[in-house]
Design a protein around this ligand. Structure first.
Ligand code: PGA
Length: 890
């Protein structure tokens, strides 16, 4: 395929793809695809002759499928080429740059180090169903990326002697012949395996190496402040397939992977540290370790490090057998005691490191394989990544009500008001007698929840308490929602009341509210004030020193529209920071955001920097999901770049002075509240108060077809109802983006901006990172949306008059948003001031439009009852291809 781009990689890969299509599909197919492609490119450039319909109409069904695959693969290769140009060029996205930027503001390295020593930065992988590509497709893509890197290095051949260009063509040919759609629904076990591949192949090798680089930049060794987390097998909100078994499966496979890694590294270290006691001084500590190593080999009698490592290996092997139930592939030289904790293992390794560093002017001290192994043990423990638990507050309520009823404590908990609930739950937390009994029968739901609590307690005993640190409550709104979880944890001994009069309670797992509707975000600070006011809570939190609050971007968006969502999140964070400061507890915000802007997506660097002052303070967790995971963590290079961005942005956001003076902030905030209120009213009026909107949405977008895609183990709706309130945010955002409306990213904003003062808005954009980041994301969404294409989806709506009326409102809103945005940002067209993004979007648009047209046609046939399986396949392929081209699906 010839292409319209300046990026030579895209041209190169596009040409190879064209060769592959011609070779396997024949000249005829290639020419038909090429005809549509060039017509579409002409159309995008506004040239004459850009009519793509004749080309599409001429395709047979089989050709349409091939065409869709071709365009999908082109987008995949274009994404790859773009990723190679660097994850970001934002200034300060490198830790050294960030340190320099801080230094200019008078903040020195010691302050940065001090902050990082108290920090926790955690990307948390979730199984949220937005990744449409199969793992096999992503793996081929990554192989091409690796080959391109060899090409960059000036090589013509791979280490195996293959010509690189031929090897790339081979991979593209394999891509062409690999089925892009999954046949089977994904199971939780598949999702666990996919996440594990990123944790094992990207995080595990990359993080220790990154720390070594950061240590050099800082001039000192920082604590291990960046650690990965995940949700898969523990997040059971709306997913009946997540059970105690999946929780165990996740932890067991992760632990096996990390222990195997430690065993390999220890073995390799044994080969490396060949130091002879005849040629070097060896400390008594190392000698003692060597003695414990019981290595009988006379050849190693003078090699204390090797002997010590033989012992460490034996203990690690025993740890592996104890924890995983499986002996390692490479057996230990002799039996030994397992390490009880990762700290014990770390202690032995540090003993070796100190001894190495203490001699020879420290030549052997820093970094190296031993340094990386120590870092790995600190970061990944015996568990690899923390696993969070999550469930909906409604479920907790029912479970606790049943437990109380069966135990004869309270017949109708659900009938109690908040005050009575809190009083009752606190009484239960005041003693250690459990409510449940092995001799009673419970509903499946309660039994499953209890089993999860017990599985979590077992996991703590086996892998250490770092394996599960939080239990998140979706749709949290009250203090009782949080106390209910504490009561459930107590059933498995994970919450303990004080055993003596003056003792303190202990919670081995932190109870974390997720505030995710506009109302819940507004009330969040008050709920946290009441939470801290409870003496037992205050004691637990003070002992821990920090408390997490999770905030949800998607549901707040679905509830109140884009602007109100981001503004509510901003305000809630500020108000929460005040509550926490009063309590003298460190706040840890957990941002539940997705890839698309309607779900909080956009540049992570800008998003972290735009957090209100005082709300980060070194502690931040962020969800990473769906297609974002492959984009950020698909290769070691991109993993390193993205983790570095997270660390730098957190540092800058914690230490830089806010750009806005308090008096200006007060003015801006007042204006923003007015704008947000108007945007909210407009959004709700369309989505929740327009008669027939629900039907319009169901017919206009491919929501039904998306729900049918096999991209995740979780159902698309929380309940069986078709209310928008009950639909999960992901399919809501996903379906609007397929129809190129992207309504969750902008609707309501134009009307609100229209009544606001332009001068003031311009001033706000110039000096307020929050508004800048907000509008930058909105602009990207507008650039990817297309009302001309969207209008064609009207053909799918049965009641044309009603559909037209709703669509016209959407289109008018779009136009207003577009015009106001340009006015405020001083541009004559979208993305005028963001040339890189502009080029990327422009390159893609001509590849999406024909897919949209084809999708509409196939959906029409499908909904009219045509049962040729290729029609359904075509729809799914088109969804896949459009999502790939847009780069953020939902
Ligand atoms: P949730 O996530 O529905 O699992 O809360 C929403 C999202 O990430 O969009």
């Amino acid at each position: 395929m010839a292409t319209i781009t300046q990026n030579p990689d895209i041209r190169f890969l596009g040409r190879l793809l064209g060769d592959v299509i011609r070779a396997y599909g024949g000249d005829g197919l290639f020419r038909r695809i090429e005809y549509i492609r060039s017509a579409s490119v002409d159309r995008a450039r506004g040239l004459a002759g850009g009519d793509i319909d004749p080309g599409l109409d001429a395709l047979t069904l089989d050709e349409a499928l091939a065409f869709t695959r071709g365009f999908m693969l082109f987008s995949l290769l274009a994404n790859l080429a773009e990723d190679r140009q660097g994850a970001t060029t934002e200034q300060g996205s490198d830790l050294s740059d960030a340190l320099e930027r801080l230094e200019k503001e008078g903040i020195d390295r010691a302050a940065a180090l001090d902050l990082l020593n108290r920090a926790l930065i955690a990307p948390v992988l979730t199984a949220h169903p937005t990744e449409v590509r199969r793992k096999s497709i992503i793996d081929h893509r990554n192989r091409i990326a690796a080959l391109m890197r060899l090409k960059d290095a000036g090589r013509e051949e791979t280490p195996d002697g293959e010509i690189i260009d031929e090897a790339i063509t081979r991979q593209i040919a394999l891509l062409w012949q690999t089925r892009p759609l999954r046949r089977e629904r994904l199971f939780v076990a598949d999702e666990i395996e996919i996440a594990l591949s990123y944790l094992r192949d990207s995080f595990l090798p990359v993080l220790p190496a990154l720390y070594a680089r950061w240590e050099r930049a800082l001039g000192h060794r920082p604590a291990s402040f960046l650690k990965p987390g995940n949700w898969i097998g523990g997040d059971r909100d709306g997913n009946p397939f997540v059970t105690a078994d999946t929780l165990r499966l996740n932890l067991a496979t992760a632990s096996e992977a990390v222990l195997a890694h430690y065993l390999d590294l220890t073995h390799a270290l044994g080969a490396e540290l060949s130091i002879s006691s005849e040629l070097a001084t060896v400390t008594g500590d190392v000698e003692a370790l060597a003695e414990g190593g019981q290595d009988p080999s006379p050849a190693r009698a003078d090699e204390p490090y090797r002997r010590a490592l033989t012992g460490i290996y034996a203990r690690l092997a025993a740890t592996c057998t104890k924890i995983t139930g499986k002996a390692p592939a490479r057996p230990a030289a002799h039996p030994a005691d397992a390490y009880a904790t990762p700290e014990e293992l770390r202690h032995d390794l540090v003993t070796l490191a100190h001894a190495l560093g203490g001699a020879g002017k420290g030549l052997l001290s820093s970094g190296g394989a031993l340094g990386r192994l120590i870092r790995a043990v600190e970061t990944f423990g015996f568990h690899l990544a923390t696993l969070d638990l999550r469930q909906n507050s409604d479920v907790h309520e029912r479970v606790v009500a049943e437990l109380l009823k069966v135990a004869g404590v309270e017949a109708d908990y659900l009938a109690l008001d908040e005050e009575a609930r809190v009083a009752l739950l606190r009484r239960e937390l005041g003693h250690n007698r459990p409510l449940s009994s092995a001799y009673c029968t419970y509903s499946d739901e309660t039994a499953s929840e209890l089993a999860i609590m017990h599985a979590a307690a077992d996991a703590h005993a086996l892998y250490g308490p770092a394996c599960i640190t939080t239990h998140i409550i979706s749709k949290a709104a009250t203090v009782s929602d949080m106390l209910e979880v504490a009561v459930m944890l107590k059933e498995a001994g994970l919450y303990r009341a004080p055993e003596e009069e003056d003792g303190t309670p202990h919670s081995a797992i932190m109870v974390v509210p997720l505030f995710e509707t506009i109302g819940d975000l507004e009330r969040g600070p008050e709920v946290m004030t009441d939470w801290f006011a409870l003496p037992e809570v205050s004691a637990v939190v003070c002992a821990r020193g920090h408390q997490e609050v999770m905030v949800g971007y998607s549901d707040s968006n679905k509830d109140g529209g884009y602007l109100t969502s981001v503004w509510s999140l901003h305000q809630a964070s500020r108000a929460l920071a005040e509550v926490f400061a009063k309590q003298n507890v460190a706040m840890q915000l957990f941002h539940g955001r997705g890839g698309a802007v309607g779900r909080g997506g956009g540049s992570a660097f800008a998003a972290i920097l735009a957090q209100p002052p005082g709300t980060v303070q070194g502690r931040i967790r962020i969800t990473e999901q769906g297609e974002v995971i492959a984009a950020k963590y698909g290769t070691r290079e991109s993993t390193a770049a993205n983790l570095e961005i997270m660390a730098s942005a957190t540092l800058l956001s914690s230490l830089e002075q806010g750009e806005v003076a308090p008096a200006d902030y007060a003015r801006f905030a007042e204006a923003m509240s007015g704008i947000s209120h108007d945007a909210f009213t407009n959004f709700r009026a369309l989505v929740y108060e327009t008669e027939g909107f629900r039907t319009f949405f169901r017919q206009f977008t491919p929501i039904a077809e998306i729900a049918d895609l096999k991209i995740g183990s979780r159902p698309a709706s929380r309940t069986k109802s078709d209310r928008i309130e009950d639909l999960r945010a992901i399919p809501w955002v996903f379906s609007w983006s397929q129809a190129r409306v992207m309504l969750p990213g902008w609707y309501g904003v134009g009307q609100a901006l229209d009544t606001a003062d332009t001068g003031m808005l311009k001033e706000m954009v110039a000096s307020w990172p929050f508004l800048r980041a907000t509008l930058a994301n909105l602009e990207m969404v507008l650039a990817k949306s297309d009302m001309g294409i969207a209008e064609r989806y009207l053909a799918l709506v049965e009641d044309q008059d009603a559909g037209r009326a709703i669509f016209d409102r959407i289109r008018d809103g779009w136009q207003l948003t577009h015009d106001r945005l340009l006015d405020i940002t001083g541009q004559s067209r979208l993305l005028e001031k963001s040339p890189a993004l502009d080029a990327s979007v422009r390159l893609r648009l001509p590849y999406i439009e024909p897919l949209n047209f084809l999708q509409i046609e196939l959906i029409k046939r499908h909904r009219a009852g045509e049962d040729d399986p290729r029609v359904r396949e075509g729809i799914q392929l088109s969804i896949n291809a459009i999502a790939t081209a847009l780069r953020n699906s939902g």
